[in-house]
Design a protein around this ligand. Structure first.
Ligand code: XMP
Length: 516
């Protein structure tokens, strides 16, 4: 039986990052929502530790998420993070209250007492950068616990009960901005829970292959292919599992980048022995999006049309029961995080939140527990060429969500031409692989300019380029200013319809990577 860490989810946007950090250490982990925790999901033979995630509610609220008390009697080490820490404090007789100074972002943690959580990380009275995101804090510590560390506005930023092996931190060790976060999680997993580190992507690949075989049986699968890393890895994985029972379908929405359809078709046929059907649906997509301005409506319409096309195609084949998509975990989090009865939607990714309620095909989403960089690693494990694994992400709704406001053919062409120039200049400069994603956006406003003594009144093009590890957080790429100048000048000179170019310095959060 494989050793694992059980993560109990209280609804945080970053719960999956905890799982990911644990996987990086080489230990398997599983996430179960708090309201599904029963005695029989805690297999004492395999579970070596339990982590309570953060969450958006206050433990003081009447309907806030709770945990059954048997969890504390199992003798398994527990680490509570943020909401998890506050829940532990409340359950052991302490109290929690609103913080007069809420803390969001980078703070300093000062260690006050030796703890196995912080061993070989900080010494007593030393400070370390942590990442906080809380409105409540412990106001009264339960008597069976001791204070381990504090921050400026939070006295009980880390606590412990060594005898019961229960620990808690108010900050988020799972996000990269907590400098020693991975070491804190490592101390918990390896030293406190005594887990061995024997989990890797090869094992994960074999697990997914077996799951696909068991789920699909002798049925057929159609797989939505965009040529990006997610759908390509999905297709290769399913092909490996069920051989020729998969057909890939590439839908040209009319919102693809310059030459993309031809390029993907050629590359895919050259590198894979998987059947590929190309469907030109650009007319339908333009028709359906006519006069639609609202980003969420755009996404939902596009998601629905994709499914209609796949279902119609499936009807023409025999025995197709499944639709495979390269959905990743962040798509799921941002499209429909749910805590108790409250939805927390950031944006409906076309392949999750954009899906119609009733579908004839069953979904097969083998990557929906993974982050993009893990998918790239899986792609390498499957020996998929770099031309696919290193491609920048491109959203399913394509240029339709980068031409802000109403979509029309003329402006899509302008956007496509500008995007081609920007990406080519980045490639020429040798920067493509350093950047997570780069693209152009056209704003729905015009500005006045002057070109060759003539007044112009044209569109603004925004250049966006970000670095990121997994798409959950991102920072603007810091180009040299003469490079941006060169891009601005080339785009304005070569693309009629644009007379101004701006560079976007917004990070995620507070922005998102895409604009809609
Ligand atoms: P945001 O804009 O949410 O994007 O910060 C995070 C990453 O997800 C991509 N993205 C999508 N991908 N369908 C997709 O396949 C979608 O509807 C979608 N929306 C955003 C985005 O390009 C970025 O890499």
């Amino acid at each position: 039986m494989k050793e694992s860490i059980l993560i109990i989810d209280f609804g945080s946007q970053v719960t999956k990052l905890i799982a990911r950090r644990i996987r990086e250490i080489g230990v398997f982990s599983q996430i179960i929502p708090f309201n599904e925790i029963k005695k029989d999901c805690v297999d004492l033979n395999s579970i070596k530790g339990i982590i309570f995630s953060g969450g958006p509610k206050s433990v003081k609220e009447k309907n806030s998420p709770k945990i059954k008390s048997f969890i504390y009697e199992l003798g398994i080490p527990i680490l509570g993070i943020c909401y998890g820490l506050q829940l532990i404090a409340k359950n052991f007789g302490g109290d929690v209250g609103p913080s007069t100074d809420r803390e969001f972002g980078k703070r300093e943690l000062i260690l006050k007492k030796e703890s196995p959580m912080f061993s070989n990380i900080i010494a007593i009275n030393e400070a370390q950068q942590i990442w906080m995101s809380h409105s409540d804090k412990i106001s009264s510590l339960p008597s069976s616990f001791e204070k381990v560390a504090s921050s400026q506005n939070c006295e009980y930023a880390a606590i412990q009960n060594l005898e019961k092996k229960i620990f808690g931190v108010q900050f988020h060790p799972e996000v990269v901005h907590t400098f020693a976060g991975h070491k804190i999680i490592r101390n918990f997993v390896r030293n406190i829970c005594n887990c061995k580190a024997d989990w890797n992507m090869k094992l994960f690949k074999n697990k997914i292959l077996t799951e696909i075989k068991n789920k699909v049986g002798d049925n057929k699968v159609i797989c939505g292919l965009s040529g990006g890393v997610d759908s390509t890895v999905t297709a290769a994985l399913i092909h490996k599992a069920i051989k020729n029972n998969i057909i890939c379908v590439f839908v040209d929405t009319g919102f693809m980048r310059s030459g993309e359809r031809k390029q993907i078709q050629e590359l895919f046929n050259k590198n894979f022995q998987i059947k590929l059907k190309v469907i030109d649906a650009s007319k339908i997509f333009f028709e359906k999006l006519k006069n639609v301005k609202d980003p969420e409506r755009k996404r939902k319409i596009i998601g629905k049309e994709f499914i209609k096309i796949f279902e119609n195609f499936a009807l023409q084949q025999k025995n197709v029961k499944f639709l495979a998509q390269g959905t990743l975990y962040p798509d799921v989090i941002e499209s429909n995080s749910k805590i108790g009865d409250t939805n927390v939607t950031i944006k409906s990714h076309h392949n999750v939140g954009g899906l119609p309620k009733k579908m004839k095909l069953k979904l097969l989403e083998p990557l929906n527990e993974l982050f993009k960089d893990e998918v790239r690693e899986l792609g390498r494990e499957l020996k998929i060429p770099k031309t696919f694994t290193n491609r920048h992400p491109f959203p399913g709704p394509g240029l339709a969500i980068r031409l802000l406001g109403k979509v029309n053919k003329k402006d899509i062409t302008i956007l496509r031409d500008a995007d081609k120039i920007f990406i080519q200049l980045i490639k020429d400069e040798g920067l493509y692989d350093e950047i997570w994603q780069a693209f152009c956006v056209i704003l729905p406003v015009k500005t006045v300019g002057v070109m060759g003594d003539r007044r112009t009144y044209e569109k603004i093009c925004v250049l966006r380029a970000v670095t990121s590890v997994d798409g959950m957080t991102a920072e603007a790429y810091k180009f040299k200013s003469d490079f941006i100048e060169k891009c601005a000048s080339e785009i304005i000179n070569k693309v009629p319809g644009i007379n101004r170019v701006c560079y976007d310095y917004t990070s995620k959060p507070p922005g998102t990577i895409e604009y809609e």
